[in-house]
Design a protein around this ligand. Structure first.
Ligand SMILES: [Zn+2]
Length: 260
């Protein structure tokens, strides 16, 4: 009989309702939306009742993934700023587990999909720097505050920063800057992280174009404009001398980490 039960658990994982009942989680409603693929969101109404809206795919997810979703929904943002670091770390960890599952289910990362921009406003605070604060000050200093974009951290120890677009729920096209997770490190000097943010913002001002059938990403205009940043050379040099070491140390700290 034991075998049968194990099989049942494997092939028919408990539903969200069953798990939240078993774990005694009050004031939480789970709903599913066909249009959601890789994102999900949480709304909280006046009497603190939470509603999590999830991609359909999660309906049949394994129990540990459902538990991660429920833990995520139960997280409460601490009032005290100094207590928020643990909150954000936990939040990111849970989100990563769910994303990883969705990715394994064939949900493409690159696909243009509708995203609620709120998804990105909670992913700006790092170990030392808040990307949103640096973005705003860089925007004021070098771009007269004219650049509109969301900004977020990339995954843990990732090396690539990039600029992309997404469609919001109202049919608008939004800019999104992703800063490589490797820059989220206590040794990162401000001129270096700001350099990266400045560089990605410049991509919004000078979008890539085609010339003789080739994609020009960092064309002469781009390179000239990059000189507006007074610490450009210092930042480049610092990167050459330190970034590789930082990435290596980050990967060592996380055993079993192999993804790029
Ligand atoms: Zn670039």
């Amino acid at each position: 009989m034991k075998t049968v039960q194990q099989e049942l658990n494997l092939f028919q994982p408990s539903s969200f309702e069953e798990i939240s009942r078993a774990r005694n989680i009050p004031k939480l409603t789970i709903t599913f939306k066909k249009r959601l693929r890789k994102s999900w969101h949480l709304t909280i109404n006046a009497d603190n009742h939470k509603t999590a809206t999830l991609p359909y795919l999660l309906k049949d997810a394994p129990e540990e993934i459902k538990e991660a979703v429920l833990d995520w929904a139960a997280l409460v943002k601490p009032r005290l700023t100094r207590k928020r670091k643990a909150y954000y770390l936990q939040k990111r960890k849970l989100e990563k587990a769910v994303w990883q599952y969705l990715e394994e289910q064939g949900v493409a990362f690159k696909q243009k999909r509708v995203i609620n921009p709120d998804t990105f406003t909670h992913n700006t605070k790092g170990i030392i720097y808040d990307l949103k604060e640096l973005f705003d000050s860089t925007n004021q200093r070098y771009f007269k505050g004219k650049i509109q974009s969301f900004i977020r951290w990339g995954s843990y120890a990732s090396k690539t920063s990039y600029q992309s677009y997404f469609n919001d729920q109202h049919g608008g096209k939004q800019n999104l800057i992703t800063i490589a997770g490797a820059y989220n490190h206590p040794k990162l000097p401000e001129f270096a992280i700001t350099g990266v943010i400045f560089h990605e913002m410049l991509h919004i001002v000078h979008p890539r174009y085609k010339k003789n059938g080739r994609n020009v990403i960092h064309g002469p205009e781009f390179k000239k404009a990059e000189r507006m940043y007074p610490f450009r050379d210092k930042w480049y040099r610092w990167e050459r001398e330190n970034m590789y070491k930082i990435i290596r140390s980050l990967r060592r700290k996380k055993p079993g980490y192999s993804k790029l």
